[in-house]
Every structure is written in C-alpha cells, then in structure tokens.
Design a protein around this ligand. Structure first.
Ligand code: 4NP
Length: 153
C-alpha cells in the first residue's frame, strides 16, 4: 500500500503527516508527500514543522518539497489531501475515474468532521498553530492506521 499526502507547499502540513504516518504504520506501507505548487521545490520542511515534529520524537528535517505529478496517480494507491482547494487541484490532474477514486480528504478518510474536513494551513501562524495541526494529524493518522490494518481502506 502506497500513500501520498498532499498540501499546498509541501513544507508544513504534508511533511508532518508523512512523518506521523511513517511512525505509526508497519514497513509494508510506504508514505510520501508532495505539494500542489512548486514554489518550495527542493526545500526542507518549514523549521517550525521540523521543531514541532522533533518535540514529539519524529524527524522530518531531511524531507524535501516536491510538486505532485501525473505519475503519482499511477505510483500511489491513496492520495490524501489536506484541504478542499488542494483536493480540487489534485482531482483536476487525474486522468480517469480510477485515478479520481484514489483521491480523498485526509480528515474525511479519518472520519474527523472538524472544520469541513480541512486541515488549516499553519504557515501564517506561530508554533502554537503547528502544534494544533500536529495533534489533528496525529489523531487522523491513528484513525487511518486502524482502518488500514482492519482492511477498511
Ligand atoms: P503547506 O503550507 O501547504 O502546509 O506546506 C504552506 C506553505 C507555503 C505556502 C503556503 C502554505 N506559501 O504560500 O508559500
């Protein structure tokens, strides 16, 4: 099972989700992340995201931002989006129904109906915003792990 998590810049939310999911899932699952824009391509995650993950024992500092590509729709089984605008952009890149069915909102898959199933963007907030996003992603990842291991996904 190959999972791709996607946000806008791939420097805040999806790197955190990638790190958290990797820390929870067995090794036969592979997890990667990407952004819908290439503005931060090649950059490591935002230092506030790195610091927040580090405070929970998770290392994400070596990740590098990359934009999602059409090949990702073949390479991955599930593509989880952090908010509705990302979801719309990702869906518009899918070439057929099979590819579209791989795409979902991360919080919808996790059955967490908070904020219209959207993970808010902490980019313009302080460390407290990153911690809130971390907690939300941690709970969502736990729910998704349970569903995956019970073959409900
Ligand atoms: P992310 O956060 O989508 O969670 O990585 C953002 C990162 C960068 C920008 C916006 C959001 N930006 O506009 O550069």
């Amino acid at each position: 099972m190959k999972i791709l998590v996607v946000c806008l810049g791939n420097i805040c939310r999806s790197p955190l989700a990638e790190g958290i999911l990797k820390s929870k899932l067995p090794e036969n699952f592979s997890v990667d992340s990407a952004g819908t824009i290439s503005l931060h391509e090649g950059e490591h995650p935002d230092k506030r995201a790195v610091e927040t993950a580090e405070s929970h024992g998770i290392s994400i500092g070596k990740q590098k931002s990359r934009p999602i590509t059409k090949k990702d729709f073949e390479a991955f089984d599930k593509i989880y989006c952090m908010d509705l605008s990302v979801y719309e952009d990702v869906i518009s890149m899918a070439k057929n129904e099979e590819q579209r069915t791989k795409v979902a909102l991360f919080l919808e898959e996790a059955e967490i109906p908070e904020n219209n199933y959207e993970v808010f963007d902490p980019y313009w907030s302080g460390l407290d915003g990153f911690e809130k996003v971390y907690q939300l992603l941690d709970q969502a990842s736990e729910n998704i792990k349970t569903k995956l291991l019970n073959h409900q996904i």
